[in-house]
Write a protein that binds this ligand. Structure first.
Ligand code: IPE
Ligand code: IPE
Ligand code: MG
Length: 226
């Protein structure tokens, strides 16, 4: 079977899940937070080393302020609660994205959670937060330029990404039936396999996760060869 080290998920459909139940959008995001815990468990069970979760994009700031505030609070609350679990379960937390303009309280909590789990050796949970792939590439180009790098190669540029040690995701999953990247991991997705499912993120569970892994296992990856 093809190796599978890194799974990345575009967790989409919280709003539609809530709407179908005549609930406010934030109820969908709360149900989505439960699905995050299930996905982490499924990743551990299936011996995945890196799990990247797209939690908030650079473009999500264009949502109504009330939804943004609710999401930021949910992220802070979930992080405080989840860090205890991460410590017990040997999970290492990483964050990918730009710090500005995330709220100060969330940044403080993120720094603490990252620091408290930094020595863990189990699953690496990479939270893509205020993340945009174009922004990551530009950040890397600027950092490489500031470091005086000349004649950049792809390998050199990678050293300036948010996490140079993060392998490219072999598999990218997107829920809710949308089939696009929405500015997620554009560079790293060069040879990723894609798995799209109509299941809305709050309904995504271990079974769905394993379906995605099974679909991946059946793919033939050629990397330009024959
Ligand atoms: C994904 O669900 C969560 C975030 C983008 C924060 P959405 O909120 O995009 O849900 P839909 O697409 O409106 O259903
Ligand atoms: C992508 O979902 C971002 C996250 C899942 C965090 P969106 O719902 O924001 O994407 P678009 O706007 O439908 O492309
Ligand atoms: Mg969406």
């Amino acid at each position: 079977m093809s190796t599978l080290q890194h799974v990345a998920i575009i967790m989409d459909g919280n709003g539609r899940w809530a709407k179908s139940r005549h609930l406010p959008r934030l109820a969908g995001h709360k149900a989505g937070a439960k699905a995050v815990e299930r996905a982490i468990k499924a990743a551990q069970k299936n011996k995945i080393s890196f799990l990247t979760l797209y939690a908030f994009s650079s473009e999500n700031w264009s949502r109504p302020q009330e939804e943004i505030d609710g999401l930021m609070k949910l992220l802070s609350d979930s992080l405080i609660q989840y860090t205890q679990t991460a410590k017990k379960e040997n999970i290492r937390l990483w964050v990918s994205g730009e710090r500005d303009p995330l709220p100060a309280a969330l940044l403080t909590q993120l720094d603490q959670s990252v620091q408290e789990t930094a020595q863990n050796t189990g699953l690496t949970l990479n939270l893509a937060l205020n993340y945009g792939a174009r922004q990551e590439i530009i950040h890397a180009v600027n950092a490489a330029h500031a470091a005086g790098e000349k004649n950049l190669t792809p390998e050199m540029l990678r050293r300036y990404f948010y996490h140079p040690q993060l392998p490219d995701p072999e598999l990218i999953i997107r829920t809710s039936g949308e089939e696009r990247l929405s500015n997620f991991l554009l560079w790293q997705a060069a040879y990723s396999e894609f798995y799209f499912t109509p299941v809305l993120w709050p309904d995504f569970d271990e079974h769905e996760f394993e379906e995605a892994l099974a679909a991946y296992a059946a793919r033939q990856r050629r990397f330009g060869g024959i």
